[in-house]
Design a protein around this ligand. Structure first.
Ligand code: ATP
Length: 298
């Protein structure tokens, strides 16, 4: 019976994946690849969820042994606060998010949620506690309703609509011929980067996890869209423990702490005002972005 159950269960997973038919197959395989990287420890229990404080304690990590990516990274996101990470492309910012979501296990140090090492609890319970708004949201070739409800399977239409309103995507959805039943994705209605991120925010609002990871899109949205997304994110992050991977410094001004990551090392840390006063890397990046923002768009 057990022998039968495992392959059938596996087929069930495959069937679900095919049915959902991700718009980006490469991403699906990447995701499945990552799923295989970590295994629950024998007898692992779910996260107790005592509180949503996140701590990286002296974390080092490499995808390949010869190339360390993160080196002795330590920081804390107190429950309900926002910590933002900035730094050049390739410095390891998104890797922090992947480790917190436990796509990979750290090789040195530990990541702790509410006092518990995430390697010692079930992966599913860690992912249940975290909502991710990724850089590029993967939409399923299904209705927009399904795509939002994916945040909490079994959610009612009213709950989906409330999340869509909060993420300010409801009006857009209502303007499409079939509303919430409109098919999206590769074989349906194509959404812009900003619209996709709003779907991801709606999904996350519906899931209502205590911890939020927001990986800001690198591709520039138009400034009205960007401001709108930032406002929605701010309301989504209220009272949640939030890690923001920021590409635009305007996102981080209100953060409890800003970490400047370079080559996998935290080279500066503090609030926006503290870092400006320090007149170091962050202040340089800030000055540069001010100049860029002031340049006329040709
Ligand atoms: P960006 O701002 O461009 O998004 P980032 O700071 O988020 O960059 P990461 O995505 O964390 O950077 O990547 C850090 C380094 O790790 C990069 O050099 C990248 O090439 C490498 N890297 C990322 N994913 C993998 C992987 N799966 N296997 C091997 N190396 C990887």
């Amino acid at each position: 019976m057990i022998q039968m159950y495992i392959p059938l269960n596996f087929l069930g997973v495959i069937y679900r994946e095919i049915k959902q038919s991700l718009t980006d197959l490469d991403k699906m395989f990447l995701l499945l690849e990552k799923e295989r990287e970590v295994r629950d420890a024998p007898g692992a229990q779910p996260l107790a969820g005592r509180d949503a404080t996140v701590r990286f304690e002296d974390v080092s990590f490499a995808y390949e042994p010869a190339r360390p990516i993160l080196k002795h990274v330590s920081f804390e996101i107190p429950a309900g606060k926002t910590v933002a990470v900035v730094g050049p492309s390739g410095s390891g910012k998104s890797t922090l998010a992947r480790l917190l979501y436990r796509f990979y296990d750290v090789q040195e140090g530990r990541i702790v949620i509410g006092g518990e090492d995430i390697r010692h609890v079930t992966q599913a319970s860690v992912r249940q506690a975290i909502g991710i708004v990724p850089q590029d949201t993967v939409l399923f070739n299904d209705t927009i309703e399904y795509n939002i409800a994916y945040g909490r399977p079994g959610a009612s239409h009213d709950e989906v609509e409330a999340a869509a309103r909060a993420a300010r995507i409801h009006d857009f959805i209502s303007s499409t011929p079939k509303g919430y039943q409109t098919m999206v994705g590769e074989r349906g209605l194509k959404l812009s980067g900003g619209e996709k991120q709003r779907v991801a925010i709606a999904r996350t609002l519906l899931k209502n996890p205590p911890i939020l990871i927001f990986d800001e899109a690198t591709s520039a949205l138009d400034s009205a869209n960007e401001r709108a997304i930032q406002a929605e994110l701010k309301s989504a992050a209220q009272n949640k423990t939030t890690l923001v991977i920021a590409h635009r410094l305007s996102t981080v001004v209100d953060a409890h702490e800003i970490l400047v990551l370079e080559g996998g090392v935290i080279v500066e840390r503090g609030t926006h005002l503290q870092l400006l006063a320090r007149d170091g890397r962050y202040a340089q990046m800030w000055a540069l972005q001010q100049i860029e923002a002031a340049e006329p768009v040709l």
